[in-house]
Ligand binder design. Sequence first.
Ligand code: ZN
Length: 150
Amino acid sequence: MARRNIVKMGDPLLRKICKPVESYDAKLGQLLDDMKETLDDAEGLGLAAPQVGMLKRVCIVKYDDRLYELVNPVLVKSKGKCVDNEGCLSVVGFRGLVERPKAIDIEYFDRNGQKVQLHAEGYFARVFLHEMDHLDGILFADKMIKKLPD
Ligand code: ZN
């Protein structure tokens, strides 16, 4: 495993639309392992592949000591609205208040290509939505309604 460098806001890689994963192979496993090591080292809640310079629809979330590995995730349903504060490992120097759905249903594939369905609410849902935005080149800073100090 190897820790990878985290790309920072201003780098065009963070603005690209990522490509779907087509093969669930050892290379995907390696990317996920490296992303986990990078996330652990940075002590963040989530990390998306473009943040380590890979334009693939892959992201990971670490929440309540559980690791979620999402390949080709899609938002199936969302409900409600809530505002809370967010930061990003690619955004240095500030956080922001962002409005997001309160509850979501998502579908994704695990590293073996098995389909997973997941329901999430509150901040847990927010972390998934934040990471999934990265796959479409969107940063929380684009959506924030108020900038907050780091
Ligand atoms: Zn982020």
